[in-house]
Design a protein around this ligand. Structure first.
Ligand SMILES: [Fe+2]
Length: 299
């Protein structure tokens, strides 16, 4: 074995890591080492800069727990979470695309009747979501489960309110015609948390920390692949600068403002102006699925 020099160290390390028995672990570790060495050779950090990086990673770990995941946020703002999503969900163009789950999904949301109001007095402008769940042939899927969650009209999620009652979330089922109706409030843009180590970096970048207005959906139906996605409000000023890069073109939807006196999807007359979002979700049959479950999460 040659002695270590700046020229030889990368090859020496890669040779040593050839010994890993698990081929996938060997591949991952050797690739990471190769890229990391190339990165260090390119930027030539000072020892102080390298220690700054180590301290930043340490702070990021200390800020991560079962309520907050600063490492996922770090992965999100450099686009890695969405790259992993894209690699794992190479779906045909007709299927509704996936996007990141985000940190605010709650597993025990209440099962609600079609048309139920998930806002229940939450601040915000009234909004209805309606549409259908369909298969690749366009046929309706009855009994699909739609787990829906979003921030309220002040940009805060259930977990951020700290309430014991479910807030701005619920589970619905599509009817025999594949259709569903949800009453809610209009989502508004919000900033990712800026009080942690990711915020420290972002505040030095000039990059917007905002996520465009969106609603989260987790849709499941027998014989079909689970769909985790968002719908984004087309007119949101942050639609092209999502800090976590979650916006895929087919997920941009029109939220229409309906005047007072309009008929709502629940068949009632709106007493004041309200928003309407209509969207048809198309699910991928399981037999055509080519990849694993979703990988990561963002704000
Ligand atoms: Fe969100």
């Amino acid at each position: 074995m040659p002695y270590v020099t700046e020229m030889t160290i990368t090859d020496i390390v890669l040779e040593r890591w050839m010994a890993v028995p698990d081929p996938r672990l060997r591949q991952i570790m050797r690739s990471m080492i190769a890229h990391l060495h190339a990165f260090v050779r390119e930027i030539e950090p000072t020892e102080e800069e390298w220690m700054t990086a180590i301290e930043w990673l340490t702070r990021t770990g200390k800020q991560s727990n079962d309520k907050r995941q600063e490492f996922i946020l770090a992965s999100d703002v450099v686009g890695v979470s969405m790259l992993v999503d894209c690699i794992n969900h190479r779906l045909p163009g007709e299927v509704t695309p996936t996007t990141v789950t985000g940190p605010f999904h709650v597993h025990d949301s209440p099962e609600l009747a079609d048309g139920a109001d998930i806002a229940r007095g939450a601040p915000g402008e009234p909004c209805y979501i309606t549409g259908s769940v369909r298969n690749l042939s366009g046929a309706p899927i009855a009994g699909a489960t739609l787990d829906i969650w979003q921030a309220d009209g002040e940009g805060l999620y259930d977990a951020q309110r700290g309430s014991d009652d479910p807030w701005m979330r619920g589970i619905f089922k599509s009817g025999d015609d594949g259709r569903f109706v949800v009453q809610t409030v209009l989502p508004v843009p919000y900033s990712i948390p800026m009080d942690g180590s990711v915020g420290e970096v972002m505040s030095r970048t000039g990059i917007s920390p905002m996520r465009p207005s969106h609603i989260h959906f987790l849709i499941e139906a027998h014989g079909h692949r689970r769909l985790i996605t968002h719908l984004f409000k087309r007119s949101c000023p942050y639609i092209e600068t999502d800090v976590v890069y979650g916006v895929k073109a087919p997920l941009i939807a029109e939220f229409k403002l309906m005047p007072a006196g309009s008929t709502t999807p629940k068949g009632k007359i709106a007493e004041r102006p309200c928003w309407l979002l209509e969207y048809d979700f198309v699910l991928q049959p399981v037999e055509n699925a080519s990849a694993a479950a979703p990988a990561s999460a963002a704000a």
